[in-house]
Design a protein around this ligand. Structure first.
Ligand SMILES: Cc1cc2nc3c(=O)[nH]c(=O)nc-3n(C[C@H](O)[C@H](O)[C@H](O)COP(=O)(O)OP(=O)(O)OC[C@H]3O[C@@H](n4cnc5c(N)ncnc54)[C@H](O)[C@@H]3O)c2cc1C
Length: 471
């Protein structure tokens, strides 16, 4: 056996110091692309790719785009610093499943008046002025609420260290911040995912998305021109234009969102498997036994309760908080409809492998943290939420695209989510943990409680990391 480290991501300044055209991840893609049809060792293929870079590029283009072997582009990975992007646009960016993100946290960092003024407003000075005034008011209120919360916690939680007290204050004050707030993030993404991201950005109606598309494409294609091709909006959307359908049955005629705004029922289980515990046992035993799937399932279903319990004891033997449960847990799916704030969505959406479909509601319908009433700021928050929402609602049609920048972190939205039990285990380990933020923790607890009732054995260890460690 021989193992060679063929490459790894290092700082761009070091790459630049090499001052060579061959310092491109295309070399790795080109060499790996040839593995399947060459008898030569991989390190030799890499040497060849470096010595003939234009041939390597032509080979990449042929294999990835003409032959359709797109996974070859995954061997080229980029690290991107993205600075000064709106929280709104992070939604489009972080849809990438096969990519890694680390974003500035509104729980740990205090935000100064730093928000996106959409380029779309440049031609409309009257609206631009109003927009900036509203944003300034939101950021001022953030500061006022942060200071008031910080003072409040000095007496309410005197034992807290100043840093932890400030973190608590930031955690709730940020609910008044808009989605126009600037943030920054580190992204690690391979060329194949990056091509998808470029296409997604191209389809966005926002000028900010177009700007990022341009920057990203021009910088990446200068380094690795052979790995990305389909980067523009090609007209395919996969959406339905409800207005063209001419049928109003999908729209609520009166009291919009009232039915969905049942906050007591912020997590609805839409679908769940009929016999989840037996299904997971079947899946585990299937891999080890000699019977086919149906016969394994039939045999499992007829096992005495005591025997099943012994099997479950074995499944969980030695399980630690950081372990993943077996893939057999992926065989059962649950789907949910969730109601929570934009702030909670910003965390929820980071769980990359679940299916999530979001729809925004009326941005004036908000969920404020309880602490905001305690410091006597509710009225001000309500008034600001109503002002930004009115502003967004009354924008002329050509400016409607920028309305989502006016949504607040506290604006409510609705999400359909489908998750298998293995993903749910991971989600709940993190989000029911003592370090998790309160709103997503509430959702996580609700989810765990509901699932444990449906799947008492396969969900037996569904709890936060901290709770698991106390077992
Ligand atoms: C208390 C807390 C504080 C946080 N603070 C911040 C913060 O300040 N800033 C911030 O940006 N995020 C923060 N996060 C979000 C966190 O970094 C994760 O993005 C989020 O929890 C999603 O979890 P995940 O990445 O483990 O897994 P998911 O996306 O749910 O993926 C499930 C599993 O798939 C595997 N997986 C997925 N992608 C990869 C990959 N590319 N490589 C290897 N394995 C992979 C992993 O095993 C992972 O556990 C915080 C999360 C918590 C719980």
């Amino acid at each position: 056996m021989k193992l060679i480290i063929a490459g790894y991501n290092i700082d761009k300044s070091l790459i630049d110091s090499l001052n060579t055209e061959t310092a491109t991840p295309e070399v790795i893609s080109a060499a790996y692309a040839r593995i399947s049809r060459s008898s030569k060792d991989i390190d030799f293929l890499r040497d060849e790719a470096i010595s003939e870079i234009s041939k390597a590029r032509a080979s990449n283009t042929n294999i990835i785009f003409d032959m359709g072997h797109s996974s070859v582009a995954e061997h080229a990975v980029f690290n991107l610093d993205l600075i000064g992007v709106s929280r709104l646009l992070t939604d489009t960016i972080q849809r990438s499943r096969l990519a890694s993100f680390t974003e500035k946290s509104q729980r740990y960092v205090t935000f100064s008046k730093d928000y996106i003024v959409p380029e779309e407003l440049n031609k409309y000075p009257k609206y631009k002025k109003q927009y900036k005034q509203l944003m300034d008011q939101l950021f001022s209120e953030y500061e006022t609420s942060f200071n008031a919360l910080n003072e409040y916690y000095k007496t309410a939680k005197p034992k807290l260290k100043p840093r932890d007290r400030e973190a608590l204050a930031k955690e709730d004050a940020r609910y008044i911040l808009p989605l126009s707030t600037k943030t920054q993030m580190g992204i690690t993404i391979n060329a194949r995912s990056l091509e998808n991201l470029l296409r997604r950005l191209a389809k966005s109606p926002l000028a900010e998305a177009k700007e990022l598309h341009h920057e990203l494409y021009s910088q990446v294609s200068a380094i690795a021109p052979s790995l990305i091709r389909y980067t523009e909006d090609d007209g395919y959307m996969g959406k339905i234009d409800l207005e063209k359908v001419g049928y109003t049955g999908f729209l609520q005629q009166e009291l919009p969102w009232m039915e969905e705004l049942d906050m007591e029922n912020k997590l609805k289980v839409l679908t769940s498997p009929s016999n989840p515990d037996d299904s997971v046992l079947t899946a585990i035993i299937y891999q080890q036994g000699e019977l086919n799937w149906s016969d394994t399932n039939e045999t499992v279903s007829r096992l005495p309760r005591l025997v099943k319990q012994q099997l479950w004891n074995q499944v969980y033997h030695n399980l630690k908080a950081w372990h993943k449960v077996p893939r057999a847990f992926e065989t059962i799916d649950f789907s949910f409809e969730l109601t929570f704030s934009e702030s909670c969505w910003a965390q929820f959406k980071r769980h990359r492998f679940c299916t999530m479909l979001r729809k925004g509601g009326n941005s004036a319908i908000c969920k404020f943290p309880d602490s905001i009433a305690t410091i006597g700021r509710t009225q001000m928050w309500e008034s600001l939420a109503s002002s930004v929402s009115n502003f967004a609602f009354n924008l002329p049609s050509q400016l409607r695209v920028i309305a989502p920048y006016c949504r607040l972190n506290s604006s409510l939205l609705f999400v359909y989510a489908k998750m298998n039990l293995r993903e749910i285990y991971h989600f709940i380990r993190l989000r029911s943990d003592e370090h998790a933020q309160w709103e997503i923790k509430e959702i996580s607890h609700l989810m765990a409680n509901r699932i444990i009732k449906i799947a008492p054995k396969s969900a037996e260890y569904l709890c936060g990391k901290s709770e698991f460690c106390r077992h």
